[in-house]
Design a protein around this ligand. Structure first.
Ligand code: FES
Length: 103
C-alpha cells in the first residue's frame, strides 16, 4: 500500500471493476477526472448534490466538510463520503454509485 506523500495513490473502484491513480492533494473526484476515469458519478463538484456518494472500504482519507443532507453521521462512520470532498491519504478501495435520487 502506498503511503509516500509524493507518490500517487491507487484507487480501486470495486463495483466498477476499475482503478485509477490519484495525485496527493487532489480530491478523489478531481483525481478521477484528471485520470480520465468515469468510475464515480460527477455532479456539482462542491459537496452540494450528493451525486458522487461513495463508500470507502479500505484506506485512509481526510474529509472536507460535507452536507449532512447527503451523508449522515452514521453513514460517515460507516465509510460513506462524497468523492468531491475526500482527500486520499493512502491507496483506497471504494464503491461508487451510492447516490439515491430523492434522498
Ligand atoms: S459532485 Fe455534487 S456532491 Fe460531489
Amino acid at each position: 500500500m502506498t503511503t509516500d506523500p509524493a507518490s500517487p495513490y491507487r484507487i480501486e473502484v470495486r463495483n466498477r471493476h476499475s482503478e485509477f491513480l490519484a495525485q496527493p492533494g487532489k480530491t478523489l473526484l478531481v483525481a478521477m477526472e484528471l485520470a480520465a476515469s468515469q468510475a464515480i458519478a460527477v455532479g456539482c463538484r462542491g459537496g452540494g448534490c450528493g451525486m458522487c456518494k461513495i463508500r470507502v472500504l479500505a484506506g485512509e482519507y481526510d474529509r472536507k466538510r460535507m452536507s449532512c443532507a447527503h451523508i449522515s453521521e452514521q453513514e460517515q462512520a460507516a465509510g460513506f463520503a462524497l468523492a468531491c470532498r475526500v482527500l486520499p491519504r493512502s491507496d483506497l478501495v471504494i464503491e461508487s454509485d451510492h447516490f439515491v435520487e430523492g434522498l
